[in-house]
Design a protein around this ligand. Structure first.
Ligand SMILES: O=c1ccn([C@@H]2O[C@H](COP(=O)(O)OP(=O)(O)O[C@H]3O[C@H](CO)[C@@H](O)[C@H](O)[C@H]3O)[C@@H](O)[C@H]2O)c(=O)[nH]1
Ligand SMILES: [Mn+2]
Length: 751
């Protein structure tokens, strides 16, 4: 193994082709045996807890029988769910690429790569941000004649088109600059802010100033256009493409607009140094009120069809508009997985990890999902591959379009040439526009067996699963320097809304044709079935979590014990399982580069997501199953006011507008505060013996209630002590008071 690792690309060539050296390597995580032993001890603890619950059910007529049965249900659920999560930790693997070998062996015959960037609303996805993403990918270190970038604009906005024209002009300066100075990252905004921070402007000073000036001018123009909400007339006259907007009536009602902004096949398309430019295409598919547009999945499918006729890249990268490339060599990394002579033939997609440039030190909204990024996806990789999460993922075109895996599925990049063309760019645009019309997909397999799946708010996860069910594998690549960098939500409401969409979508997959629970059986490994089930069951977690966040505290106030006494031997498994689980999760978090405060914040966010987003996601899914609701796609906003950003920097929780989700969270927080204060009051009034017996009979309930009060601290602060705009709205607070009071009274009345 070591030997192979040290053979460099050049040696390889000299040794001849009979000596195969892989383009990538897979290493198993260390300490797996230790982890498995640990997991077995926790499992034993869980079994003991189940045994305790079953053997101590109060008899009919005795107090607390129903709450006990409920607690058994919750413990059973948590135990079973914990077992499912073990699949993500049982078989962790890491991947490493050898890009120098790729260059030595394949540099002359690299496949075409098509990059799809999606945007949907210039008001919450600022064109300047989108253009930074576009510029970061047109500047990839890859032969320009093999690189094509497509922007799908679901808003069909001439502002975005204008921005793309501006970006294409700026690219003529930016690409040569990046290549000359080996710039990283290649999103101009990110690059400029990174060098400001480092004060490292030696050597290239003059050119840096020049390119920065060009960028600032572009930035100003784009910001002006957005502010005025219209494109200046002189710009409209300069490019014939704007005439397409003459028949445009609204973002939900317009014809297909296809504009090849830079045609890589045109010899005049060169940068300031005279080098060829990558192809750059703008597409706003047709939208009509009477046709459902299927959100991002519909947009990507239109791009899949249109791009066949323009560049037909064998490899496709899908990107959200807020995820810029952070490493100009990522395409080459991905190709190491697709072009290895022996191990690549069944790899359908390579999901890259991503980082976020707006996450604060202690990550108050848990946006990083550290465990998923650094452990669970590696674990999924060990069983056949990670989920496709929509962005930062390289696909084989044929697999994404519905091809089944068979033994002869080696990537045929040499025979897939980009279409030869006799016609002019305009003629081509006119000829293939119909591929992006509303009616094109009628009576076809698109959205079903072909392309991205329709009807699910997480089109990405279900599409990835269906690809796997057709026999393919995927790979998770999490390099030291992340390949992509994006924006994470900066308010609690946004985080909760995003997770509602995810949990709802994942839950629906469980009941879809591609259910990981039954359809996938025999098609993917059992380990991977478990991994997928974990995500699909996020929503259902709401029930047991709500139970734990409410009932034990109410019982505490009433003096009904739900857990063993401190002196009982049954106390031990509870203490062991709880501490083992949390100490392990803290260790995992710290190991993945987090802080203790960050871990605490993440626990809070899990509680909030489970009790609000997942609950509503669960309810909506049931309504949808019964045919009462339709699934939507609430786009996450990528902008925020200055004072919101300021609070974000200071890690002050931003509650935002009064949504039903905030009311639920506030109700639970109030209820626990009420119970806790009630218990403290009783202890103080009774003093002595009463307090002692309380500590002995209900230590775990006291602990649970205290932790719930402690973890809700930012919420009490937002309700009682803050005056800024990001505080918890008093309407939500008022509703929470009433609801918490009602809950306590009802419980008192029933028991
Ligand atoms: O009708 C739509 C709605 C959204 N989008 C685009 O989809 C992307 C993701 O939308 P966003 O609001 O940022 O959602 P996120 O929750 O951040 O997205 C995650 O979750 C989605 C599935 O719910 C995946 O599609 C994304 O790739 C994944 O990053 C953005 O580029 C949007 O422009 C469209 O193109 N058309
Ligand atoms: Mn996003």
């Amino acid at each position: 193994m070591l030997m192979v690792a040290f053979v460099t690309g050049t040696c390889e060539k000299e040794m001849g082709s009979d000596m195969y050296t892989p383009l990538f390597e897979t290493r198993r995580a260390k300490g797996r045996v230790l982890y498995r032993l640990f997991a077995v001890t926790v499992f034993t603890g869980i079994c003991l807890i189940w045994a305790y619950r079953l053997s101590h059910i109060p008899r009919t007529g005795e107090a607390g029988r129903w709450v006990w049965i409920g607690a058994f249900g919750a413990d059973l659920w948590f135990g079973l769910y914990w077992i499912l999560t073990q699949a993500s930790r049982w078989n962790v693997v890491y991947r490493f690429t050898f890009k120098d070998r790729l260059s030595n062996r394949h540099d002359k015959e690299l496949p075409g790569v098509d990059i799809f960037v999606c945007t949907a609303d210039p008001a919450i996805e600022p064109p300047l941000m989108v253009m930074n993403t576009i510029l970061s990918v047109v500047a990839y270190d890859y032969p320009p004649e093999k690189l094509s970038v497509y922007l799908s604009d679901d808003a069909g906005s001439d502002l975005t088109f204008y921005a793309l024209l501006e970006a294409s002009n700026f690219a003529k300066h930016w690409i040569p600059y990046c290549k000359k100075f080996k710039v990283e990252p290649r999103s101009p905004a990110a690059y400029f802010s990174s060098i400001c921070a480092n004060h490292d402007e030696t050597g290239q000073d003059k050119q840096l100033l020049a390119i920065k000036k060009l960028y600032k001018e572009m930035e100003e123009r784009l910001e002006n256009v957005v502010k005025l909400n219209r494109v200046p007339d002189d710009a409209k006259l300069k490019h014939k493409g704007f005439s397409e907007w003459e028949s445009y009536s609204s973002r939900r009602d317009h014809g297909a607009i296809l504009q090849i902004v830079t045609d890589g096949k045109d010899p005049r398309a060169v940068d300031v140094d005279g080098c060829a430019l990558p192809t750059l295409v703008y597409l706003a598919r047709e939208k009509r009120p009477e046709h459902h547009h299927n959100f991002k999945a519909g947009a990507l499918n239109a791009l899949l069809r249109v791009s066949v006729n323009i560049s037909n890249g064998a490899i496709i990268l899908t990107l959200d508009c807020d995820m810029y490339s952070n490493d100009s060599l990522s395409i080459r990394d991905a190709l190491c997985f697709f072009m290895d002579e022996e191990k690549s033939h069944d790899i359908a997609f390579v999901q890259f990890s991503m980082k976020y440039n707006n996450i604060t030190k202690n990550d108050i909204y848990g946006g990083l999902l550290r465990a998923s990024k650094n452990v669970e996806f590696h674990g999924a990789d060990g069983y056949g591959g990670p989920l496709y999460v929509g962005s930062c993922c390289f696909h084989r075109r044929d697999a994404l379009c519905g091809r089944k895996y068979t033994k002869d599925c080696k990537l045929e990049y040499k025979s897939v040439t980009s279409p030869q063309r006799q016609e002019s760019t305009e003629e081509l645009e006119e000829r293939i526009k119909y591929l992006a019309t509303c009616t094109y997909e009628q009576n076809t397999q698109w959205g079903g067996e072909m392309g991205l799946k329709y009807g699910c708010p997480v089109e990405d996860v279900i599409t990835g699963l269906s690809i796997k069910c057709r026999g393919w594998r995927s790979v998770y690549f999490n390099p030291k320097r992340e390949g992509f960098c994006g924006v994470s939500p900066t308010s609690l409401t946004q985080t909760l809304v995003q997770h509602k969409r995810w949990s709802e979508g994942d839950f629906q997959i469980l009941f879809s044709k591609y259910s990981p629970a039954w359809y996938a059986y025999g098609r993917i490994s059992i380990g991977l079935q478990m991994v997928y089930s974990c995500y699909c069951l996020w929503a259902l977690n709401c029930l047991a979590t709500l139970y734990y966040a409410i009932i034990p505290s109410l019982c505490l106030l009433k003096g009904v014990p739900l857990f063993p006494q401190a002196s009982s031997p049954w106390f031990l498994p509870f203490v062991y399982v709880i501490s083992a689980k949390y100490i392990y999760s803290l260790a995992e978090f710290l190991f993945a580069g987090g802080t203790v405060q960050g871990w605490w914040n993440e626990q809070r966010i899990w509680l909030y997501k489970r009790t609000s987003s997942y609950l509503l996601g669960f309810i909506d899914s049931i309504l949808k199953l019964l045919g009462f609701a339709e699934s939507g796609f609430v786009i996450t906003s990528k902008i925020a006011d200055d004072d919101v950003l300021d609070r974000h920097e200071k890690e002050i929780m931003e509650f935002g507008d009064s949504s039903s989700m905030l009311t639920i969270l506030a109700t639970i927080a109030m209820l626990n505060l009420y119970c806790f204060v009630g218990v403290v009051k009783n202890v103080i009034m009774d003093a002595g013996a009463a307090a002692d017996s309380l500590y002995n009979t209900m230590p775990l309930q006291i602990l649970l209630c205290a932790v719930l009060v402690l973890i809700n601290f930012p919420l009490y602060r937002g309700l009682f002590f803050r005056r800024d705009k990001g505080r918890l709205p008093s309407s939500a607070g008022l509703r929470a008071f009433v609801l918490a009071f009602l809950a306590c009274s009802c419980f008192n009345f029933l028991h």
